[in-house]
Unconditional design. Sequence first.
Length: 405
Amino acid sequence: MSTWPGTLAPFLWGVASSSHQVEGHQPGNDWTRWEAAGKTAEPSGNRIDHWNHFREDVALYRDVGANASRISLEWSRLEPNPGTWDEAAFDHYAEMLDTSRDAGLEPLVTLSHFTLPLWVADAGGWLWSGMEDAFLRFVDRAVRRFSAVRLWCTINEPTVHPLMGYEEGVWPPGGRSIRVGLRVLDRELQIHRRAYRAIKALRPDALVGLAHHMVRFRPLLGTPAHQALARFLHRTFNAWAVEQCQGSQDYIGLNYYSCRWATWRRPLNPFSSRPGRPLTQMGWEVDPDGLYDLVGWAARRFALPILVTENGIATDDEEERSRYIAGHVDALRRAAQAGADVRGYFYWSGLDNFEWAEGYRPHFGLIAVGDDGARTVKAGAGQFLAETRTGFPTGPSPHLVPPPP
Ligand code: BGC
């Protein structure tokens, strides 16, 4: 039996984004400081300025066929200093959400997408003893103020954020310790569970989850040792975090981009591609079947509705973008026909945006943004529109997808 509410569209065709990557004007968070210290290819600045262009952007999202939009709230805007709430910023987000709903786009709202207010970061970020209470206060304010929002995502990619920021040192705060990274991951999941209960207490009919980054780990060689390594990586990187949230997620949110090749030459750092394969601007190999496998795994393991909260390609070749979208939506349709309760596909991203350490070079958007701020819908958006018109087989069937090899 599906738990997908009849009051929501049976299938969400969404575009996804996050506050820091598109809004501009972010003086008070840890990423702006990281950029100012020269740690990224370029600073984010106000290049996309979605904060002021949101009406135009929402209309374009609608034009490309979306009936949903994933955004995130910038905590540093809403609470620039501890206990000081910026009512004008709350009003601005309320206007953005109303504009989205009026255009027929269901909002899915993320509460934490990688950035932290400076006062939180300086107190110790996710490891600060006051973090849980501070985040819960922010969640409480946001859910009360934006009470019409039915789809909440507490934390974006709680495995990737500690990996990049606390283990590999390429995102703030620049830590390089696996032990600390694992503590941060544990903390994020713990705080998610509390946030889940808090949101449900305020709004029992809301659907609350996280966006989990998942990678299809494939064995580089067909040997049992390589297969075992690929299974181990799946268990530790994909499965563990989702399992820790059992009972505190109403949907499985899945961000999927690519596969990686498990090899004993680099057991914990698998290759993202095999020699000779075409790669995206991010250096990632394209593998739509990986999405089929992971959705199938999640459907069997959790029996919850599944939302692909992110999937997309960084490229300047619009035929390549079209093929990517067609291939991944096809994989998703196959998974649904095989029994997975798939309820949404959010393309990353609506707009070309700030891609963290890489700056503006990778182009994920369905819509380009020129130096003068002008928006241009790209040819690849036509494929997204075509998919939305073809529709999607919703509702679980009795047959469950076979396990991945
Ligand atoms: C993140 C996005 C990012 C995208 C493409 C995801 O891991 O949630 O913020 O832009 O991947 O790299």
